[in-house]
Design a protein around this ligand. Structure first.
Ligand SMILES: [Zn+2]
Length: 489
């Protein structure tokens, strides 16, 4: 197991006051001065806004060698049969013209709820950017062929639930155009924090609704959409509040830059881009857009999403696809693997009865909240490696707990045990004192006190044991994380 484990027994720690101002929705703008220079980078997002000129004139030739929608459906279903032990096939809805939006889930326990993080890749958001749908099928097949043979494939299959949607826009693909069958750009169709034109749920496109419902259902930790027309890893925010073009980082700017760098540095030549420093860019620094998918994911779905431009040429000849896959293979794999190789992960329990608590996780200085899962109370908090983070767990009715961690280039497992805010037994005790007790209730009172004392003794020894454990582990944490440098960046 790659993660190192440090268990924080909150019984031991003094309760710290949690600022209630950490609620999601009111984001502080981070404008790191050392990154402002990137807004001077050439802002020409060539091809993306330049209409689908070439594709509409010679679409038949361009699509030659690419999978048609029915080819893709067949490939997905064949994959499901060939790799049935580590996958399941399902549809999240249909396009305007009724084409099913097929998804492949890859996991050693597909379809089962676990504490593991979930990741999604979405291809072909824009109909005239078909490379992504092909690469996603390359990725699925590579994982199936290399599970239990290649360590990275095995790690992903056994530790992540990977969901793959090769085509979000099958109608646009058939029409060889950017938008869907209603000519709507799907990456402008999501609710936006700055512009409210998209907030009418009924007017949203079926493909967009499908993604939104899917994201709420699966609760992805991270994701990426695959586009074409440039070569860069793009991260939030995509928009600015005044529509100007400048670097506009989200609260997790540091984590996003780290994620984007994992992709660009694992890529054949993305990081050596002449246009984008390190092969990554803040969306708004490149050019602002509104109604995009990545900002919506971060704000509303608790999901860290990148927008990946994976090929300068939107429609390369099909013979180039294996080469483009080769260039992107390690990037696609390492980005998924980063979910378990980096960040902080754990579960949250009640000290009372040990049950899992769907608590909230916040990190000092970052105005963003991650919610633990409802069933197992597992959480996954992506963070860039840094010396110190203060991690806080909060749950209504429980005392908040916080701890400081040292996060090098490895993942950490951090569990919390929260104490109930008001002890039920404390209230009962008060009632017993107040009551006019008869002999029977006195006897119950004595039994109750004895029971409580046993608990107190038990808790005391547990505390003592874990204090020792905690002290020893704290000393080892920094050493062990530096030893295990697992991220390929
Ligand atoms: Zn695109």
């Amino acid at each position: 197991m790659i993660m190192k484990t440090i268990t924080v027994l909150s019984l031991l720690l003094l309760a710290s006051t949690l600022s209630s101002s950490l609620a999601r929705g009111s984001y502080q703008t981070l404008l790191p001065s050392d990154f402002n220079h990137r807004s001077n980078v050439s802002c020409t997002r060539h091809l993306l806004e330049e209409i689908e000129s070439r594709s509409s004139t010679s679409s038949v030739d361009l699509a030659q060698g690419y999978m048609s929608n029915s080819d893709l459906e067949r490939a997905v279903k064949e994959f499901g049969q060939r790799c049935s032990n580590i996958s399941r096939i399902y549809s999240i809805g249909k396009s305007v013209n009724g084409v099913p939006l097929w998804v492949i889930e890859i996991s050693d326990k597909p379809g089962e709820e676990e504490t593991e993080p979930a990741f999604k890749y979405i291809g072909n958001v824009h109909g005239d950017e078909p490379v992504g749908r092909e690469l996603i099928m390359f990725l699925a097949n590579w994982l199936c062929d290399n599970h239990l043979k290649d360590p990275l494939a095995t790690l992903i299959v056994e530790n992540v639930h990977l969901h793959l949607l090769p085509s979000m826009n099958p109608d646009g693909f058939t029409l060889r155009k950017r938008g869907n069958a209603n000519n709507i750009d799907l990456n402008r169709d999501f609710p936006d924090q700055f512009i409210f034109v998209n907030n009418d749920e009924d007017s949203r496109q079926p493909e967009t609704k499908a993604i939104m419902n899917w994201s709420r259902d699966i609760r992805f930790t991270a994701s990426a959409t695959l586009h074409g027309g440039a070569l860069v890893a793009n991260y939030p925010w995509d928009g600015t509040d005044d529509k100007r073009t400048f670097y506009y980082g989200c609260p997790d700017d540091e984590a996003f830059r780290f994620m984007a760098s994992i992709y660009s540095h694992s890529h054949y030549n993305m990081s050596s881009s002449k246009e984008f420093v390190d092969g990554i860019t803040n969306g708004a620094a490149w050019y602002p857009l509104y109604g995009g998918m990545q900002d919506w994911n971060y704000i509303h779905a608790g999901c860290f999403e990148l927008t990946l431009e994976i090929s300068d040429n939107k429609w390369p000849v099909a013979a180039e696809l294996p080469i483009i896959w080769k260039y992107n293979k390690m990037s696609m794999l390492n980005l998924v693997a980063s979910l378990v190789k980096t960040g902080v992960h754990g579960r949250i329990y009640s000290s009372g009865d040990g049950r899992p608590l769907p608590a909230l996780i916040t990190v000092g200085g970052i105005n963003y909240t991650v919610r633990a899962g409802r069933t197992f109370a597992g959480y996954h908090r992506l963070l860039a490696p840094r010396d110190k983070y203060e991690v806080v767990a909060t749950m209504p009715g429980y005392k908040s707990r916080n701890t400081t961690i040292w996060l090098d280039e490895g993942a950490m497992t951090l569990d919390f045990v929260l104490d109930p805010e008001v002890s039920m037994k404390g209230s009962i005790l008060q009632n017993v004192y107040d009551c006019n007790c008869d002999s029977k209730s006195k006897l119950e009172f004595v039994e109750f006190l004895w029971g409580s004392h046993l608990e107190v003794f038990f808790v005391f020894f547990v505390i003592l044991g874990f204090l020792c454990l905690l002290f020893q582990k704290r000393k080892k944490v920094k050493y062990s994380t530096t030893k295990q440098r697992t991220v390929v960046v």
